[in-house]
Design a binder for this molecule. Sequence first.
Ligand code: URA
Length: 442
Amino acid sequence: MARSDDFRDVVAHKRDGEELTADALRSFVLGFARGEVDDPLAAAFLMAAYLRGLSPAETGEMPGAVIAPGRGLPLGGVSRPKVDKHSTGGVADGVTLVFAPLAASMGLAVAKLSGRGLGHTGGTLDKLEAIPGFRTALSPDELERQVDRIGCAVAGQTADLVPADGALYALRDATATVASTPLIAASIMAKKLAVGTDLILLDVKAGGGAFMKTPEAATELAGACTALARAWNRPCRAAVTDMSQPLGTAVGNALDVAEAIRVLRGEGGGRLRDLAVLFAAEALTTLAGRTSDEAGAEAERALSDGRAAEAFARMIEAQGGDPHVVEDPDGILPAAPVRKDVLAQASGYLESVDAEAVGRTAMALGAGRVKKGDSVDPAVGLEFFPKVGDSVTAGDVVGRVHARDDASATRAETLLRSAASWTAQAVDPPPLVHGWVGGATP
Ligand code: URA
């Protein structure tokens, strides 16, 4: 099938709630990747799929259709056990920045295709590009060679690797069709299945700062993703994790990198470190046969003895950045001209933080992009220190805004204040992990 009437029929069938054949779905996606299906028709298809849903069989066809116009990356030349980890997107979510070098420092290989920030959620590529000189455009061969040599690489999609996903994602973003479980599952898994890793770990975020607002919706997405992995005979485990508040303390680009460096140097604790250790330990348990206690202790050691930080410096150097940033982040990372502390107005306990509002505040400062193609300001953003359940005393510094000018700092302070609510009663912190989905064997 290749005629435009046939492509229109595909959309009409989906609009009317009919199940598409594997052939029809594949040729439509391929047609889009080749420019034979124009954006208005593809947008109509996405809206029909969003409203009508995709059946399990249709969802199962999507990753193959999305991968097909490009090439795969089998990673046959990498001898270490290979793991990939992907987050569905959150706020202050720098887990990849910690996980990739941490896993590499324990003898594993991490070949990671990452994305840019979208809406209120941050993106690993934007964060890494805050490091002067850092290059995220690696060819598939460069990516493979680097992973073999130093154990980790983080790069963007290329014209060769899952090119249809980039174009489809941009169209979904422009047409309010991102938040669809089958479309998200197909998009994430196309990027994961195209790369020949031995284990896929997914961090499926649940809560106000995530696409999936409840643990139930996130568990459904985790189930859809792990089902796709099973159909491809690939080991995959998904953790459903809390995004009802920002994960770490920093929301920005350089600020996120600085926080990740503190964790990699064994200086920072908290939920960001806990989650990175959890994923690294899961990978080591599955791929190197360690018990989970041994694997957790090994990951903690790699953070405290400097191995993980060294691995990050090696990755930065290999990708053209200044590796000294790991020793001197404040001296090397770009800094915003205006810094404004946010003080607690009363003593009490943090009851909740609207993670999406925090992400949007950072975006308004210039740390994120309103539409695809906008540039991001690497230096601006904000920090918010307490976590739900923590107590503060009036006058404590609870946050810090990093802005280009006083007016935007003042606006951000107001927004940040209204994102947090406080109470005089003690509050239980939410769990970090709601549960795991999927098995280590396909
Ligand atoms: N992350 C992705 O890679 N794709 C989506 O559709 C949503 C989050």
